[in-house]
Design a protein around this ligand. Structure first.
Ligand SMILES: [Zn+2]
Length: 125
C-alpha cells in the first residue's frame, strides 16, 4: 500500500459519496422491497420488475458490489494493488475511478476481451 493517509481519506470520501448516491437511487426505484445488505440477500428475484427496472437494478447492483469490494480493499490496505497482477494502481486512477480494482494494463486487457476485436489486437496472441 503506497497511499498516504490523505489519499486514503480522499478515496474513502469518494466511496462514501458514491455509496450514498447509489442508495438514494435504489430507494427511489425500490422504496420498500430493497434492503441493502452486504451479503447476497437477493429478494428481488421473484418480484415483478419490468425489464427497465431490472436493468437498472442490475446496473446498480454491479455498481454496489464494486463499491463494497472497493471499501473492503481500502480497509485491508490493498486499494492501490491490482487484483490481477499485484502492481500498484496510480492514485490518479483511483481518484478518477474509486472502484477501480485493476491496473490500467489489466483493465484494458479485460476490456479488450469484452469487446473482442473492437480494440487493437494484442501482441500476445
Ligand atoms: Zn494489473
Amino acid at each position: 500500500m503506497s497511499l498516504n493517509s490523505a489519499q486514503q481519506n480522499s478515496l474513502k470520501e469518494k466511496l462514501d459519496g458514491l455509496k450514498q448516491s447509489i442508495q438514494e437511487e435504489l430507494r427511489q426505484h425500490n422504496p420498500e422491497s430493497l434492503q441493502i445488505q452486504s451479503g447476497e440477500g437477493d429478494r428481488l428475484t421473484n418480484d415483478a420488475l419490468n425489464a427497465d427496472e431490472m436493468a437498472q437494478y442490475l446496473h446498480h447492483h454491479a455498481e454496489w458490489q464494486a463499491l463494497q469490494r472497493a471499501q473492503a480493499r481500502l480497509n485491508e490496505n490493498v486499494a492501490d494493488i491490482c487484483s490481477e497482477c499485484g502492481s500498484a494502481i496510480p492514485f490518479a486512477r483511483l481518484e478518477a475511478e474509486p472502484t477501480a480494482e485493476r491496473c490500467i494494463d489489466c483493465q484494458s486487457k479485460l476490456e479488450a476481451n469484452d469487446h473482442r476485436l473492437h480494440l487493437h489486437p494484442h501482441s500476445s496472441m
